[in-house]
Design a protein around this ligand. Sequence first.
Ligand code: NI
Length: 139
Amino acid sequence: MMQKKVAVFRKEHFNAAHRLNNPNWSDEKNERVYGKCNNYNYHGHNYDLIVQVTGEIDPETGYVMDMKILSELIKIEVLDRFDHKNLNLDTEEFKDLNPSAENIAIVIYDRLRHKINANFDLKIRLYETERNFVEYPVG
Ligand code: NI
């Protein structure tokens, strides 16, 4: 018989600077497509991150996943790497990858996916502003 699955969520927060720019485009096109996010000298966002882990409840603990462990994992894999950093200049991940919310969500997913039991589903929701947010993977 299938155990019931439950989704658990951990919300975290980090600040980071970035610049969205496509070096293959003219300055005018970059400005048109990315607007303020193309600002030459970078700018900051207050990112809200929600990590969703879905799986069966461990009958011994009553937990899907120990939130202390999930919290520590996010700290090591995400916050320690990206909080108060310039994503373009300070991180390997975004040296050649545009640090859009979409790409940041995928990078975070890939970092955490390796560290979380494969029996669990993982989903990342990343808010770049209160009104703009992305989710990965879809479905
Ligand atoms: Ni921006």
